[in-house]
Design a protein around this ligand. Structure first.
Ligand code: TXA
Ligand code: MG
Length: 321
């Protein structure tokens, strides 16, 4: 496995139906030729991803999107025009060009134009789109630097394009359309406020399911391997005497009774919080700790997406203890 900036090497691998680690503005993806089932299958294998969980298709222009969907609802078009390239994924009716493996049998395909210069350059040189889920093992923390992809997937991936730290840091917002309704299935890097400014009121439906429409809807997801709790940090500190405690806080620094403390955004910026979230979750998880204590952040802007990830990251620990 190698990390580098060689786009030609990336193209060679993709043409050979191999998987590639690739940067986007949200999180790193594990990419393969979306038109080749053999290549797509490798994504599921390397990630240990269940086949019922469909993949997002990445491309670099609205014209290319039109070439593999049947139609684009008006509001979808408005959103694409306003926010692509960017952290927005649209669920659209697929054409026959997209196989059932990519969509797990759904008639809808998830599409996005990511906003990363290296990846846009790569996509513009390909005559096929790239299927790419986040480049983590199923259920684990999404990677926002190339080294985190390497740490999760090891030799499962031959090459990782190095685009540095992802600018947004949480996954794209996923939006679907039912008749006249617009539904957010996963909150993420594009805020509800920004969306509603363009198309008016939308519905948020990120309810948890055991067999969900999107894996971001699994009750447990993004989970660190150290027990991870979210709540009132000051109160929780008393519940774990004699334990090695790590704290992942929003603004306040904790130094008493804790072994380590990460502050997501000392100045209270939700953008900065999103950008640091997965990276700090990974770093704190690498430290020898008994427990990690975290707290929710203000529930607006990117805070919704951050809180969604905190909740799912803590779900399995809150449930069992
Ligand atoms: O920001 C992102 O969206 C990143 C970067 C790499 O683009 N990708 C990402 O992919 O988060 P992944 O696979 O980790 O999450 C994609 C979500 C999954 O929860 C999947 O279930 C959902 O999108 N999804 C994909 N295709 C779908 C479809 N046809 N219908 C409903 N949900 C779909
Ligand atoms: Mg993911």
């Amino acid at each position: 496995m190698q990390i580098g900036k060689d786009i030609n090497r990336a193209i060679e691998l993709l043409n050979a139906k191999e998987v590639l680690g690739l940067p986007t503005e949200t999180v790193y993806g594990l990419a393969a030729n979306a038109f080749e089932d053999d290549a797509v299958l490798k994504i599921f294998q390397v990630k240990n991803r269940p086949s019922f969980n469909p993949l997002i298709i990445h491309t670099n222009s609205m014209d290319k999107v039109k070439s593999f969907v049947k139609s684009i609802p008006k509001k979808a078009h408005l959103l694409g025009e306003a926010f692509w390239p960017g952290p927005l994924t649209l669920l659209l009716p697929k054409s026959e060009k997209i196989g059932d493996l990519v969509t797990s049998g759904s008639p809808l395909v998830a599409v996005r134009i990511p906003n990363h210069p290296l990846t846009l350059d790569l996509l513009s040189q390909l005559n096929y789109p790239l299927a790419a889920p986040s480049a983590n093992k199923f259920g684990s923390i999404s990677p926002t630097i190339p080294e985190a992809v390497a740490g999760q997937l090891g030799d499962g991936v031959k090459y990782i394009l190095d685009g540095g730290l992802c600018n947004i840091g949480i996954e794209s917002t996923i939006i679907g359309f039912e008749d006249d309704k617009v539904i957010i299935y996963r909150t993420g890097g594009l805020s509800l406020e920004d969306i509603e400014e363009v198309i008016g009121t939308v519905q948020v439906n990120e309810k948890s399911h055991e067999k969900p429409l999107t894996s971001g809807m699994l009750k447990s997801h993004y989970a660190p391997s150290t027990p991870f709790y979210v709540g009132d940090i000051d109160k929780m500190l008393f519940q774990f005497p004699d334990k090695k405690i790590g704290v992942l806080s929003y603004q306040k620094n904790y130094s008493e009774n804790v072994k380590t403390s990460f502050v997501l955004s000392p100045n209270g910026s939700l953008q900065e919080t999103a950008k640091n979230l997965f990276n700090y979750m990974r770093l704190i998880d690498e430290i020898d700790l008994d427990v990690i204590l975290a707290e929710y952040v203000p529930h607006h802007g990117l805070g919704r997406g951050v809180n969604d990830r905190l909740q799912r990251a803590s779900y399995k620990y809150n449930k069992t203890e």
